[in-house]
Write a protein that binds this ligand. Structure first.
Ligand code: AMP
Length: 482
């Protein structure tokens, strides 16, 4: 068994990104608004950008930071930098100066490719900036000597609990990721992905963009709005990838504007927990439940509900082909496979701590593996609340509170307390369908959970603070505890 997994892993890692992603073809591969690009054009432009970067003095292995909103030019710059053999540092376009400064100091890029708005953020930091819209082009340089082990990109972790760390992914990691996604969701060249995810994140890049290019399919880049996504799905989209907060907004919109989307082949959801009530709402309004999948920047997107067969609300499903998943101490989810990164950029100590002695990546998530082999995520170890000496995982409490009709969304966190050490606190966005009464919600929890797990306080909010990937920012919550 172990041997066949090793063989599969090697097969999935074979090749490098420029060879695999820049395939010839006269068909349109990407569209954004009224601009579109064919495979041949993409290949040619990426080659010219590689030539331009080469003329600017860039050598294979140098870092190039990419700091811009999603666009076709973003894709050309990314693939051009890959083609030049650079390691691309992906930057969230929402970063403010201090966040950008941390990334630039840490990754030391030879240059930053930025759109106009982001150039204004990084120029005062002394970075060497090339404007995205003015990227120089020149004759395609000789193909650099790359291997599956060559660094491809540095993706910074979300940093919802600490300073972002640079996860270094190599070409083999991305190819294993893209090929795995094609296999599990049966991606074919006739698919059209409606792509509304940020390209700087693994979800939008490693699955969305790479999967499209590798499978011979096409994609439409759209800024996320429910109406915009539905329009593109109705005019030929066959796949949609989103985070739960996007599905929430899509459902709200579809409630008001019922639309037949039964022709869509698959909706995939991940990056944060998909509440069972939202799963059911999607099933009703989209005509099918999303396929929930689980992943992490460093380890890849590696577990999914089945494409065919029952999709279970509250569970993230089975490992991708070639991926091993097991539980370690404190039921921590441990991963091994071709997608798993080799380490943090210039941070051997963090890298060392991230792996077990037998080479599994420690995700920091608490899991539970059912009798049918499916995984469920119970929360992050660091989010564990210790109250009166007992351990409480917020997700378990959230799942109960989410099932109350007065609750639309909820996040549970520990608030320091002299009496309890930490006090279980629920931050709730009311559904508006019935009044939210603090004592009634706490009593509801007591009927379903051991007393120590029940919230001591309920704080009402208009919305939960989330980052670009829909993850609740607990540090922000903790500052709103009154
Ligand atoms: P990131 O590295 O930004 O992709 O964040 C990874 C983290 O997101 C994981 O460690 C999980 O805590 C969380 N996550 C991703 N997918 C899911 C999911 N389907 N259910 C619950 N948590 C998820």
């Amino acid at each position: 068994m172990t041997e066949s997994i090793e063989v599969l892993r090697r097969r999935l890692r074979f090749g490098t990104l420029p060879e695999a992603l820049l395939q010839p073809g006269r068909d349109v591969v990407l569209r954004a608004g009224d601009r579109s690009i064919t495979r041949d054009e993409l290949r040619e432009r990426a080659g010219e950008v590689a030539g331009g970067l080469h003329d600017l003095g860039l050598s294979p292995g140098d870092r190039v930071a990419l700091f811009a909103a999603n666009s076709l030019d973003w894709v050309t710059a990314y693939l051009g930098a890959q083609r030049a053999g650079a390691c691309v540092v992906l930057m969230n376009p929402d970063y403010h100066s201090a966040e950008a400064e941390h990334i630039l100091r840490d990754s030391e890029p030879a240059l930053v490719i930025a759109d106009k708005a982001r150039a204004a953020v990084v120029e005062p930091l002394g970075a060497r900036v090339v404007l995205l819209q003015d990227l120089p082009r020149a004759a395609e340089p000789a193909m650099p000597a790359l291997t599956p082990e060559s660094p491809a990109a540095i993706l910074y972790t979300s940093g919802t609990t600490g300073r972002p760390k640079g996860a270094l992914l190599d070409h083999g990691n991305f190819l294993a990721q893209g090929r795995g996604a094609i296999e599990v969701w049966r991606w074919t060249s006739s698919d059209v992905l409606v792509h509304a995810l940020p390209l700087f994140h693994l979800h939008g890049l490693g699955m969305g963009l790479h999967g499209t290019l590798l499978s011979g399919a096409s994609a439409i880049l759209v800024p996320f709005t429910p109406a915009g996504v539905v329009t593109e799905l109705k005019s030929g989209g066959t796949m949609f990838f989103g985070v739960p907060s996007m599905y929430q907004r899509l459902c709200d919109w579809l409630d008001e504007n019922p639309t037949d989307l039964s022709h869509v082949r698959v909706f995939v959801c991940g990056s944060a927990p998909l509440p069972p009530a939202l799963f059911e709402r999607c099933e009703r309004l989209l005509g099918q439940p999303p396929v929930e999948r689980y992943g992490i920047t460093e380890g890849g997107i590696v577990v999914t509900n089945p494409y065919q067969g029952p999709r279970q609300p509250g569970r993230v499903g089975y490992p991708f082909p070639g991926v091993e998943v097991k539980l370690g101490e404190l039921d921590e989810v441990l991963l091994k496979g071709g997608q798993v990164f080799t380490g943090y950029w210039r941070n051997p100590q963090a890298t060392n701590e991230a792996f077990t002695s037998d080479g599994f990546f420690r995700t920091g998530d608490v899991g539970e593996i059912g009798g049918d082999g499916t995984l469920a995520i119970r929360g992050r170890i660091k989010e564990l609340i210790i109250t009166g000496g007992f351990n409480v995982y917020p997700r378990e409490v959230e799942l109960v509170l989410e099932s109350h009709p007065a609750v639309q969304e909820v996040a549970v966190a520990g608030v320091p307390s002299e009496k309890w050490g930490e006090e279980v606190t629920a931050y709730v966005v009311p559904s508006g369908t019935e009044p939210l009464v603090e004592s009634a919600l706490i009593a509801f929890a007591h009927e379903r959970l051991a007393a120590y797990k029940c919230p001591k306080r309920v704080i009402t909010m208009d919305r939960l603070p989330r980052n670009a990937m829909g993850k609740v920012q607990r540090s922000v919550l903790a500052s709103q505890r009154t």
